[in-house]
Each structure stands twice: as structure tokens, then as C-alpha cells.
Ligand binder design. Structure first.
Ligand code: UDP
Length: 235
């Protein structure tokens, strides 16, 4: 395998499957199946999951809610998703630990970097919940932050599009996909990979990002084997 330790970022929306809201158990089981394939090949797996399928602080704020209050609600949404994913991974026979940036001791360990690394070394899948634990951040930033902290080899951003395009492929039929880009290219071309905070953190730490279609069966294992799947952003 090309990558020994990965940080997989899954958006909350991805968990909805065909639904408009919440969590689709079928999608969870599919993801668990994909993750099992790389787990069986010895890849150490850390996961950050979003919360957009349940709550986003920005949407709360646009309806008059206090932004900080909304962001904490968003962080709790990521914990709910993390628990759902944890259940699905364990049903598929993997050992897991959920660590949260906000303390919720009855259901998760508090985030402790050294402990997280130890779990990874023992082959446990570590899910990081509650984002960074701070309002005004995103789970993409949490993914890069945790990836840097646990010395992941790469950030794998699993989305529903198969990489980074010259334009939005869902809106522009002439859009073409990039196989590789440098961090500089992304900035110069004004492409949208992650929010600026997450992207800058990744660039400064020279941690590559691969954007790929997580909904296509077999893609995750191909990415970990080093096949040209999705778009790789690196120095
Ligand atoms: N959030 C936050 N701080 C963090 C991570 C997340 O405040 O470090 C909140 C924020 O309100 C965000 C919500 O949690 O809108 C859900 O996360 P995100 O939108 O990143 O999820 P995704 O789009 O990946 O589903």
C-alpha cells in the first residue's frame, strides 16, 4: 500500500444517501465495507466526519440563531454521525475508538493525541468527533489538523465527485478533471478544494490531499494503493 496511515474525511451529507436529511444505514454499511478493505490490508485509519446532514452553524445563524451556539450544535451533529459510523464499522468486524474534541465521557474518549496514535498502531480505527472543538471552524480544518497531529501520510477527502475540475462538473458540461495539482496551482487557479483555513494548514505542513469519489465501490482501496483515482494536491 502506498499509504500506511490515512486521515479519511467524510462529509455529513454523504451519509444521507438518497435521503434529504439524517443518516442512511445502507450508505453507512457501504462505507464500512469500503473501509474494511483497506483495514484488512493493514492501513491505519483515522476518520473525521462532518455534520452537515444534521446541522450547520452557518445555516442556524442565517435564521437568526447565535453563530457560536449553532456551531456547537454542528459539532454535536458530527458526534452523532461518528457514533453511527462507529456502530457500522464494528458491525463489519473492525475495532474502533471515538475521540471527541468536546468531552462527552459516557460515549467517547476525550481527544488525546498520544492515545489516538496508540490506537492506530494497534489497528483500531479512530474517529475524531466534534471537529476542532471550536466555533468558526469546519470539519475540513479538523481533518487536516488531526491529520497533521497524528502524522497521517495523506488526507483523503471522500466526496460524491471524482476529483477537482476546471469548473463545477454538476453545472458545466465542459469541465475537465485534474489528476494532480500543486497547492500553488489551486491558489492561482482559484479552485475550491477545502476552505482556506484547512487548505493553508495542509499546504504549510506539506500534507497532500486527495479528493476522490467515495461512493464508487473499490475507489478507497485504489487510492491507498496509489492508483490515479481522483485528484492529488501536493507540494
Ligand atoms: N463545526 C465547528 N467547528 C469545527 C467543526 C465543525 O463549529 O471545528 C460546526 C460548524 O457549525 C459546521 C458544523 O459543525 O457547520 C458541521 O461541520 P461541517 O459543515 O464541516 O460538516 P460537513 O460539511 O463536512 O458535513
Amino acid at each position: 500500500m502506498k499509504y500506511k496511515r490515512i486521515l479519511l474525511k467524510l462529509s455529513g451529507e454523504a451519509l444521507m444517501g438518497d435521503r434529504q436529511y439524517g443518516i442512511d444505514p445502507k450508505r453507512l454499511a457501504e462505507y464500512a465495507h469500503e473501509i474494511k478493505q483497506i483495514h484488512d490490508k493493514g492501513v491505519e485509519i483515522a476518520i473525521v466526519i462532518g455534520g452537515g446532514n444534521i446541522f450547520r452553524g452557518v445555516s442556524g445563524a442565517s435564521n437568526g440563531m447565535d453563530r457560536v451556539q449553532g456551531d456547537y450544535m454542528g459539532m454535536l451533529a458530527t458526534v452523532i454521525n461518528g457514533m453511527a459510523l462507529q456502530g457500522a464499522l464494528e458491525d463489519a468486524g473492525m475495532q474502533t475508538r471515538l475521540q471527541t474534541a468536546l468531552k462527552i465521557e459516557a460515549i467517547a474518549e476525550p481527544y488525546i493525541k498520544r492515545r489516538a496514535v496508540r490506537h492506530l498502531e494497534k489497528g483500531r480505527i479512530v474517529i475524531f468527533g466534534a471537529g476542532t472543538g471550536n466555533p468558526y471552524f469546519t470539519t475540513d480544518t479538523a481533518a487536516v489538523l488531526r491529520g497533521v497531529e497524528v502524522h497521517a501520510d495523506v488526507i483523503l477527502k471522500g466526496t460524491r465527485v471524482d476529483g477537482i475540475y476546471t469548473a463545477d462538473p454538476e453545472k458545466d458540461a465542459n469541465a475537465t478533471k485534474y489528476d494532480t495539482l500543486t497547492f500553488e496551482d489551486v491558489l492561482q487557479k482559484g479552485l475550491n478544494v477545502m476552505d482556506t483555513t484547512a487548505f493553508t494548514l495542509s499546504q504549510e505542513n506539506e500534507l497532500p490531499i486527495i479528493v476522490f469519489d467515495m461512493n464508487k465501490a473499490g475507489n478507497l482501496v485504489k487510492v491507498c494503493e496509489g492508483d490515479t483515482v481522483g485528484t492529488t494536491v501536493s507540494v
